[in-house]
Design a protein around this ligand. Structure first.
Ligand SMILES: [Zn+2]
Length: 442
């Protein structure tokens, strides 16, 4: 277990460094970790991974949950608090065989070469493919569904914890796995998923692409989280203690600062922990009790993002409403870190990218995956596809320079036949929103 904790720590450090890099460029796919919510508005989201799960809660600590499947138990508890969650479901792990059972209480608890949910040998009891009734139930109760991979196969290698695991080797396989679940949700439930979280947060695909590229092809955002609900940990040997370990961090956080969870995403599990137990079935009620005591409303990530799309921007006096509308319409206006940086001066690259739609970017990316030279340029330059799309590769060298009034006027004239009004010689990103609003008039 120590190794696992260490791995998570190292992972966190690496992620911090990557975050600095990620915050430099606009991205069609944003890592949704938290949202800037006005301080007086206490809203928070919860995501539930690896379900839906049609096996009884374990142990049955609440007599009302006798014979009730885990997902149904969660739906019932959420209903009692008028809470809506984002269920990050799998398709099925039933094809992840041959495999061997792993060791209980360890990261390989569900299988050596693959994950098996809800547990080894019982794959048909979890996932959207075989648990359609539970998916229907979730949707009927207003919950959101997101894509956690059809087979829950790792996108790439992670030697520290999951060295024995099989993983995908290229973006084609990642995309087709995600697409399989996407189509299932569309065909069976007429439901369009808009976000995804990779199995075990492993982002690097061995062929050089990352989860962000795969998500760009599908038009998804990256469903991250900012607060760990803790239900995945192995048991400490005492169920009450397991539950306490899930509730106390939340309690303590809010005791220190009642607004601390505003706009955050809490990670939860719709499945067994590493010890084949489901403390979430007890802890969730206590967590929701605490949250509602502080006046929090639990909403889906989709709803949270729709209201306050960015993690650093909700200032209505600075064209926030225009940014929100552009985001709703699928324009690429935010950074990979889910920041907007309203006061940053606009660069040439941003000037171009912000006029592009995610759907067009996704199509472009799909087209160049097979071309070695385009692919190299894309992996090297985050805005390559934007310049390619507008046939303005001449601007690429000046991508990081501040955009001048002349740049903006000529780019808008050439690309859209619009003459924008720009006051200064260079402009801030929030000022550029007014220029962009020309694109969405009517
Ligand atoms: Zn998972």
């Amino acid at each position: 277990m120590k190794l696992y904790t260490l791995a998570r720590k190292i992972n966190k450090k690496i992620k911090q460094r990557r975050r600095e890099v990620a915050g430099r460029y606009l991205s069609p796919v944003r890592g949704l970790e938290r949202f800037a919510v006005p301080q007086n508005e206490r809203i928070v989201s919860m995501t539930f991974d690896d379900g839906p799960t049609n096996m009884p809660v374990n142990p049955v600590a609440d007599p009302g949950l006798e014979g009730v499947s885990l997902t149904r138990a969660l739906i019932g508890i959420m209903n009692d608090y008028d809470a809506r969650g984002t269920f990050n479901v799998i398709g099925t792990t039933e094809h992840n065989y041959p495999d061997k059972m792993g060791s209980l209480h360890k990261p390989t608890w569900s299988g050596v070469r693959h994950d098996h949910y809800p547990m080894f040998g019982k794959d048909k009891y979890a996932g959207a493919e075989n648990q359609k009734e539970l998916v229907r139930e979730l949707l009927k109760n207003g919950h959101e569904i997101s894509n956690h991979g059809y087979r829950h196969v790792l996108f790439g290698r992670n030697n520290i914890v999951y060295g024995s695991r099989e993983h995908f080797t290229n973006i084609h396989d990642v995309v087709s796995d995600l697409r399989q679940l996407h189509e299932l949700m569309k065909n069976e439930f007429d439901y369009e998923m808009t976000m995804s979280r990779p199995p075990h947060y492993i982002d690097r695909i061995p062929d050089g692409f990352t989860s962000y590229d795969a998500y760009a092809v599908l038009g998804y955002d990256y469903l991250a989280a900012s607060f760990d609900g803790g239900g995945w940990m192995p048991t400490v040997g005492d169920y009450k203690e397991d539950v306490r370990k899930m509730v106390d961090p939340l309690k303590n956080t809010l005791r220190a600062d009642a607004n601390a969870l505003c706009g955050q995403i809490i990670f939860q599990k719709d499945g067994f922990n590493m010890s084949l137990m489901s403390p979430v079935a007890t802890a969730l009620r206590e967590q929701l009790e605490v949250l509602s005591g502080y006046g929090y409303k639990v909403v889906t990530v989709r709803e949270l993002k729709d209201k306050y799309p960015f993690e650093d921007f909700n200032d209505f006096s600075k064209n926030f409403e225009i940014a929100r509308e552009l985001d709703r319409r699928g324009y690429i206006i935010g950074y990979r870190t889910n920041e907007f940086k309203p006061d940053k001066t606009l660069t040439v690259g941003e000037m171009v990218m912000m006029t592009m739609k995610k759907s067009d970017y996704g199509k472009m990316l799909m087209n160049i995956i097979g071309s070695a030279s385009d692919r190299k340029k894309h992996l090297k330059h985050p805005y390559y596809l934007g310049f390619l799309y507008y046939d303005r590769k001449d601007l690429m060298e000046r991508s990081d320079e501040e955009a001048t009034k002349e740049d903006i006027v000529s780019f808008f004239g050439d690309s859209f036949g619009i003459v924008p009004s720009v006051s200064g010689n260079t402009i801030k990103r929030f000022e550029y929103l007014e220029v962009l609003s020309e694109l969405i008039k009517n």
